[in-house]
Design a protein around this ligand. Structure first.
Ligand code: NDP
Length: 332
């Protein structure tokens, strides 16, 4: 069994040096356990936080232990009455070619609904993050202006499309021409801004949002968010989903202080973690699956081939290599 372990904790931007590939025997199954062969393994921005040794909403990864995260795989052997050989399942056993997992920590995936990889993307954690962050916290109304940063990523592109389903005007911010074209041409975002090539993001945002900003779904933080917040309207809602532009900073970045704008506009900024909504996932998943089936939500995946490329795929999240959900295909 191949595994990637956390070899060292990064300072600043992580590198492949922080990971170590090892090969270990697969242990015998105990009662209740299932052997799963990994097919798709997820890499996610939150993993960067878990590489640090400080307290967050999930514990840090331990040194010399496999990196934990979402996997879709096939049951190879089962000592659980709940699972049979050949079934497709989702688990959190992470960067390993095979996992020995207690059956209670696995979920079955129905491959009739959508391709199995979507259990890690649009019909999994990122899709649910978009759904609850946008609908529960921001509740966008028809005709309102919704801005989303990280707009071409796994969460961002779903946020924009749900906002369009609700009748909002949607402005996306992303970091390459390919992403901008995809959001405009394929997903019909109303305006899209390339934050890497613009000479004046504030002016671009003013032009794109002549009626101000009612909802800002923040995936990135930093100076992009500072520019959006200048335009918030009375009663604006700001789901604080991610701050990826800050995850690799070595020093705390204070930035402009925007609280007066929140105050004078009676705006709501609310952080959230998707797992807060666990008890309501069953509401969201059928709705998301229906939108996907109806073609109202499109999704995209960027797939890196081969287990040994796990670190490369992960590091690419911070240089923006991915459009939509970044996955690694480990086996067919
Ligand atoms: P993405 O698929 O969006 O991948 C990350 C993207 O972030 C990259 O493709 C890149 O796109 C962009 N990015 C990287 N560095 C920067 C930077 N310095 N400034 C601006 N953009 C940057 O990942 P996810 O959709 O999985 O996650 C998006 C955000 O949501 C993350 O911040 C993540 O931590 C957060 N999140 C929060 C959850 C929660 O429960 N609160 C759950 C899931 C995700 P580009 O080319 O546009 O720069």
């Amino acid at each position: 069994n191949k595994q990637f372990l956390l070899a060292s904790r990064p300072t600043g931007t992580p590198s492949s040096e922080n990971f170590k590939l090892v090969e270990v025997p697969i242990p015998d199954l105990k009662e209740g356990e299932v052997l799963v062969r990994s097919l798709y393994i997820s890499v996610d921005p939150y993993m960067r936080g878990r590489m640090n040794d400080y307290k967050s909403y999930v514990p840090p990864y331990s040194l010399n232990e496999p990196i934990a995260g979402g996997v879709v795989g096939e049951v190879i052997e089962s000592k659980s009455s709940q699972f049979q050989t050949g079934e497709i399942v989702m688990g959190m056993y992470g960067w390993q070619t095979n996992g020995v997992v207690n059956g209670k920590d696995l979920q079955k995936i129905n491959s009739d609904i959508a391709p199995i990889s979507t259990a890690l993307g649009v019909l999994g954690m990122p899709g649910l993050t978009a759904y609850f962050g946008l609908l529960d916290i921001a509740n966008p109304q028809a005709g309102e202006t919704v801005v989303v940063s990280g707009a071409a990523g796994a969460v961002g592109m779903i946020v924009g499309q749900i906002a369009k389903i609700k009748g909002a005007r949607v402005i996306g911010i992303a970091g390459s021409e390919e992403k901008i074209n995809y959001l405009k041409e394929e997903l019909h975002f109303d305006e899209v801004i390339n934050y890497k090539t613009t000479s004046d993001i504030k002016a671009d945002l003013r032009n794109a949002c002549p009626n101000g900003v009612d909802v800002y779904f923040d995936n990135v933080g930093g100076s992009i968010s500072d520019a959006v917040l200048l335009l918030i309207n009375q009663g604006a809602r700001i789901p604080l989903c991610g701050q990826i532009s800050l995850y690799n900073l070595e020093k705390v970045d204070i930035g402009p202080r925007m609280q007066p704008l929140l105050l004078i506009n009676s705006a709501l900024m609310q952080g959230f973690i998707v797992s807060n909504y666990m008890s309501r996932f069953h509401e969201a998943l059928p709705q998301m699956a229906q939108w996907v089936a109806e073609g109202k939500i499109k999704y995209k995946e960027t797939i890196v081939e081969g287990f040994e490329n796990m670190p490369t795929a992960f590091l690419g999240l911070f240089s923006g290599e991915n459009i939509g959900k970044q996955l690694v295909r480990v086996a067919d």
